[in-house]
Write a protein that binds this ligand. Structure first.
Ligand code: NAD
Length: 273
């Protein structure tokens, strides 16, 4: 269920599924309402970022809900132009205030800004050691970024959030993160619907009386990958969460691996700007 969690390497429990809120608006109440409906559906994990400019909207929902703080898992991220040691400590405070929280559950480096991400990591280690955040991690890091980070890190990232879906199934990164006990988290797990009409997805959806989105999210779950599908609609939030009552066979999982095209919808982590 939406309550099931994975243990990060420091013992913190992170829900297998959360709500992504990229592109949700603050002014018209979209972010607030989507978070509140997701919480009603049973979601306990929310993924935002300072870059999304909707931390206030998420914060409004967190003010309103009756679900206790300790049952929620709130992630935000430090944006590229906020990186560096002091800058990151300040960015964290800005995000924390916008969210209206005493502490965060997970703070991520959004992208590996060359020449900066190691200083940024030092700031995350300080925030963690000061108890302001329960877990720290990275996003869009390739193995070579992680190798570089681990040379001087005193704390190993607990999470790496990357673009990952059956058309970009990231075998090397999955192996690397497994080996280092870093939890992988998939962004754009549905690839924004790009391959819902793939014949294999369609066939499996029909076989299990599930939707294409549910087949894809189940594939992640069986691989031990955390997902954060985005939807503002309560119906789709419920649909995406309803993946805990069927199981894909080993052969079916393999058929889904065959969808890999190493094709990204977002930028390559060595080429973003
Ligand atoms: P996604 O793969 O979650 O797809 C979302 C889109 O699919 C939306 O347009 C939604 O309307 C539609 N959708 C959702 N559920 C559906 C369903 N059941 N049936 C049909 N359509 C459905 O894409 P995303 O929003 O890019 O990624 C999810 C989250 O990942 C983001 O909201 C954000 O929190 C995070 N993210 C992180 C990064 C990063 O760099 N770290 C980058 C992009 C996204």
């Amino acid at each position: 269920s939406l309550n099931s969690t994975t243990n990060l390497h420091n013992g913190v429990k992170m829900p297998w599924m959360g709500l992504g809120v990229y592109k949700m608006d603050v002014e018209n109440g979209e972010a607030r309402d989507a978070v509140l409906s997701a919480i009603e559906v049973g979601y306990r994990s929310i993924d935002t970022a300072s870059f999304y400019k909707n931390e206030e909207g998420v914060g409004e929902a967190l003010q309103k809900t009756n679900v206790p703080r300790e049952d929620l898992f709130i992630t935000t991220k430090v944006w590229n132009d906020e990186q560096g040691y002091e800058e990151t400590l300040e960015a964290f405070e800005r995000s924390r205030k916008k969210l209206g929280l005493e502490y965060l559950d997970l703070y991520l480096i959004h992208w590996p800004v060359p020449g900066k991400y190691k200083d940024t990591w030092k700031a995350l280690e300080k925030l963690y050691n000061d108890g302001k955040v329960k877990a720290i991690g990275v996003s869009n890091f390739l193995p070579h970024h992680l190798d570089e980070l681990l040379k001087d890190a005193t704390i190993k990232p607990m999470v790496n959030q990357v673009e990952l879906h059956p058309q970009l199934n990231q075998p090397e990164l999955r192996a690397y993160c497994d080996e280092h006990d870093i939890q992988l988290e998939a962004w754009s797990p549905l690839a924004r619907g790009k391959f819902f009409d793939d014949p294999i997805i369609q066939e499996l959806a029909e076989k299990y009386s599930k939707t294409p989105a549910q087949v894809i999210l189940r594939w992640d779950f069986q691989h031990g990958i955390v997902t954060i599908p985005k939807s503002s609609s309560k119906e789709r939030q419920s649909e995406n969460a309803d993946i805990f009552d069927f199981e894909l066979s080993a052969r079916e999982m393999n058929r889904l691996e065959s969808l890999n095209e190493d094709e990204r919808i977002g930028p390559h982590p060595d080429e973003f700007d």
